[in-house]
Ligand binder design. Structure first.
Ligand SMILES: *Cc1c(COP(=O)(O)O)cnc(C)c1O
Length: 401
């Protein structure tokens, strides 16, 4: 997924525009900034590229999730249903607004299983937060139906799926709000940054104020702005937005290369009948940032991962099941509610319950899965070499050698 692989003259030019004036902040300083408004420009480009009405840039994807939750009115006592496979940022954001993360099973889409979501719904449920992991999406029609039935909010954590689509619409533009991350390893990078996307004007206006200490941005100057509510500082800087502007213009090129490289690598793994691939829901278009594949058993996958390590070809192959940052099994700090500050008793109880909750359905999926990150810079020769080596390792393991 990495846009950082194509950092170049275009990014340097946009940054230099900002350095020429020295106005590094996105608000105010109207005269000295000489018409340079990179953050505004990037927000406009985001609405046009991803087909949403409004976009609010933030300092990170985590900040975007926190902002979206606040703007959607999610807070103390509210339960947010989310998957057991995600990046830690998803539950961090839930906890930050005082809400309760309710983790449920994933299936071979590597995202929320709608049946598991349905079972978790209760009177405290406020929001369903699918996380479109590794470029592809949850069954959004099924999740929307549950939201409609129970009057719940749909918030898409699309941080890892920039460019993916569902039934013709961009991921992140479908729920009540959606977020992207522009951190250094995401599809488009601003070094650090994120965005809240929505079609709801109220959610946008609240996001705009929340990310800037509650400023309503309607005063003649910053001192004259009103503060209709309490906010925080989750602002992006002009330097970061400048990088994003150059990157978003390259997105189509990134996606084309990514899909091409993914397809070639997949053609090698497809030679092995025991290898299966992540399921993409009907009507979905994977951004192809990863090739996620399964072996029939945990033992076979563990042996394959070990053999890839032994042969020095494990780089870029993510075995999430054993990774400390992406799957419930390794989140002891969450299960033990290890926080620096005091959290509510309700949050604490919910987190402690995660230690004994049955995630065997997710275990059975994640323990057999590896996601191979797709580089945009690979040559066909390199993909061939990689594909052949991976196939040889898997065949060796399957043969029990
Ligand atoms: C990267 C990521 C985030 C958070 O983004 P940051 O910009 O790193 O804060 C949130 N959710 C998922 C699924 C991510 O991959």
């Amino acid at each position: 997924m990495p846009g950082f692989e194509f950092f170049g003259d275009e990014e340097r030019k946009e940054i230099n525009d900002v350095l020429e004036t020295g106005i590094l902040m996105r608000y105010g300083f109207d005269a000295p900034r000489k018409g340079i408004w990179k953050s505004n420009e990037l927000e406009k480009a985001i609405t046009q590229t991803f087909g949403c009405k409004y976009a609010q840039l933030t300092s990170s994807g985590t900040a975007a999730l926190t902002t979206a939750m606040a703007a959607l009115g999610i807070g103390v006592g509210d339960e947010v249903i989310m998957p057991a496979f995600t990046f830690v940022a998803s539950f961090e954001a839930v906890l930050s607004v005082g809400a309760i993360p309710v983790l449920v099973d994933v299936d071979e889409t590597l995202t929320l299983n709608p049946d598991a979501v349905r079972k978790a719904v209760n009177a405290k449920s406020k929001c369903i937060m699918p996380v479109h992991m590794c470029g592809s999406m949850a069954d959004l029609d099924a999740l929307k139906a549950i939201c409609n039935e129970h009057n719940l909010i749909l918030l898409e954590d699309a941080c890892q799926s920039i460019g993916g689509k569902y039934k013709g619409k961009h991921l992140g533009s479908i729920g009540d709000a959606g977020t992207f991350s522009f951190d250094f390893v995401k599809m488009i990078t601003t070094a650090e940054g994120g965005v809240v996307m929505t079609n709801n004007e109220d959610v946008y206006i609240k996001s705009d104020g929340y990310t800037d200490h509650g400023h309503d941005h309607r005063g003649v100057d910053r001192g004259a702005d009103l503060h209709p509510f309490i906010g925080y500082n989750f602002r992006i800087s002009e330097l970061h937005a400048a990088v994003g502007l150059a990157q978003i213009r390259k997105l189509d090129m990134f996606l084309e290369l990514q899909r091409k490289n993914n397809k070639i690598l997949r053609s090698y793994l497809e030679q092995i009948p025991e290898v299966t691939f992540r399921i993409v829901p009907e009507g979905g278009e994977d951004s192809c940032s990863f090739l996620s594949w399964f072996l029939p058993t945990e033992a076979l996958m563990k042996a394959t991962v070990a053999e890839m390590k032994a042969q020095g070809i494990a780089a870029g192959n993510f075995y999430w099941y054993a990774n400390n940052w992406h799957y419930i099994k390794q989140w002891q700090h969450l299960q033990e509610a290890t926080t620096l500050n005091t959290i509510s008793a309700e949050q604490k109880t919910a987190l402690h319950n995660l230690a004994t909750q049955d995630f065997s359905v997710s275990d059975a999926v994640m323990s057999r899965c590896v996601s191979t990150a797709i580089s945009l810079l690979w040559t066909e020769e390199q993909i061939k070499d990689k594909g052949e080596k991976m196939v040889a390792v898997i065949r060796k393991v399957l043969a029990g050698e």
